[in-house]
Design a protein around this ligand. Structure first.
Ligand code: ADP
Ligand code: MG
Ligand code: MG
Ligand code: MG
Length: 390
């Protein structure tokens, strides 16, 4: 049986698809398990019994399930995800999974099985430090952001990509859940009653709101580079030797600082929440920025565009990206604490007082990052500030 119109796969039809696209031979003994988190997408793990060889089939569902409700969400995001993985792979190689097959009408991406690795958020919570993490993510950021931007591309090509990766419905989720809802009394918010006073203070803070409005404006209007769009530690598989970035269904053209800031914020949750040693995580924050800026600068200097040779322009772009990263990190700190989608780094703190203390630190640090982003002049200054909240 070969599907040609969209329908959600089952474990059985996922097996048929794995055979039909030529990954396994007809007659081989295959097992299949659905392993996704189940809110937006199905993720099937198909394994050949004898060889142990596995593949992943990810399929977008035509709706999103959140807090018991469901709303329609375009399956176009599967085309965006497969397209972004392929484009990113041309710039970062093995830092993203290989796509074996994709089919936009069925909203599926058949890709490399990474089950031998661990999701970074889970591994970090368990106390692992992953020595390669910041080198690899710094490189991922520099290569994907530089090579998809106007600093590197012919303007016609770049505008083709802007069209190809126009992603209005997924962007709207970020616009609402990251930049708007947490800063107003919205139904999607979710927080402990004990935080009500802190949250009310945030909602009454017009300095914070004005600065978030400016950051949201950047997100809405600055099509600088192809972003991953959801670069938190749950979108990264790791072990001591490997780093693989998955799940770019939110990819679109936006400001370079957004991906950097989201990743840094998700490391900040570890610095604040983890009972273990904090310095290795702080080092990852510092090294992510340093590897990003050094690698981005290297690419820049190898480019041939007239303006890229103008003194001070590279420094301007890096400084703007640094300030934006800090501001976007601040938004992420706040929305993961009181918004709709929380993080296990904070939620898994069992002791309630400890958990509330960590969440208050995230809220206060988040505000500080948003409001003071132009006055934090170096990555060392950022680390000093983060340390003072941990
Ligand atoms: P969603 O967009 O629904 O968050 P993800 O792409 O993040 O989907 O995948 C959800 C989960 O499925 C991951 O946390 C991981 O456990 C599993 N998964 C996704 N891609 C792979 C892969 N290539 N190899 C192994 N497991 C994967
Ligand atoms: Mg099952
Ligand atoms: Mg995901
Ligand atoms: Mg996703």
């Amino acid at each position: 049986t070969k599907l040609n119109t969209y329908q959600p796969l089952t474990e059985q039809s996922a097996i048929s698809m794995a055979v039909n696209v030529g990954i396994f031979e007809d007659g081989s003994l295959l097992t299949c398990e659905e392993i996704g988190d189940g809110n937006l997408n199905l993720v099937f793990h198909v394994v050949e019994r004898d060889s142990g060889k596995g593949i992943i089939i990810k399929q977008a569902l035509p709706y999103a399930k959140v807090v018991g409700e469901s709303w329609p969400l375009t399956i176009e995001r599967a085309r965006i995800e497969a397209g972004a993985l392929n484009l990113q792979r041309s710039f970062v190689g093995d830092l993203v999974p290989e796509v074996y097959h994709s089919d936009p009408s069925l909203a599926v991406t058949v890709m490399e099985d990474l089950s031998s690795l661990t999701i970074a958020r889970a591994g970090l919570i368990n106390g692992n430090k992953y020595p390669r993490l910041s080198d690899d993510i710094g490189t991922f950021l520099a290569n994907t952001l530089y090579f998809t931007s106007d600093y590197a591309l012919h303007p016609f090509r770049k505008k083709e990509y802007v069209k190809e990766f126009s992603n209005p419905e997924l962007c709207k989720i970020t616009e609402d859940l990251v930049f708007t809802d947490p800063f107003f009394n919205s139904e999607t918010n979710e927080f402990e009653e004990e935080l009500s006073g802190d949250v009310q203070q945030l909602w009454d803070d017009f300095t914070v709101k004005l600065e978030v409005a400016k950051l949201k404006k950047s997100f809405l209007t600055e099509g600088e580079a192809l972003l991953h769009g959801d670069l938190h530690t749950g979108s990264i598989f790791v072990d001591d030797q490997h780093t693989k970035v998955i799940d770019p269904e939110f990819a679109f053209y936006g400001p370079i600082g957004f991906d950097i800031g989201q990743f840094i914020a998700n490391l900040i949750f570890q610095v604040i929440a983890s009972p273990g040693e904090k310095e290795p995580i702080l080092h990852h924050i510092e090294n992510t920025w340093n590897v990003f800026s050094a690698t981005f600068s290297k690419h820049w200097k190898e480019s041939g565009d007239a303006y890229t040779k103008v003194n001070g322009y590279l420094e301007y772009v890096l400084e703007k990206s640094f300030q934006d990263s800090i501001g976007f990190a601040g938004c992420e700190c706040i929305r993961r604490t009181i918004g709709l989608a929380h993080v296990d780094d904070l939620e898994s703190i069992e002791d309630k007082e400890q958990r509330l203390k960590a969440k208050r630190a995230c809220l206060n640090l988040g505000k500080k990052l948003i409001v003071n982003r132009k006055h934090i002049l170096s990555i060392e200054e950022l680390l000093t500030l983060v340390r003072s909240y941990s």
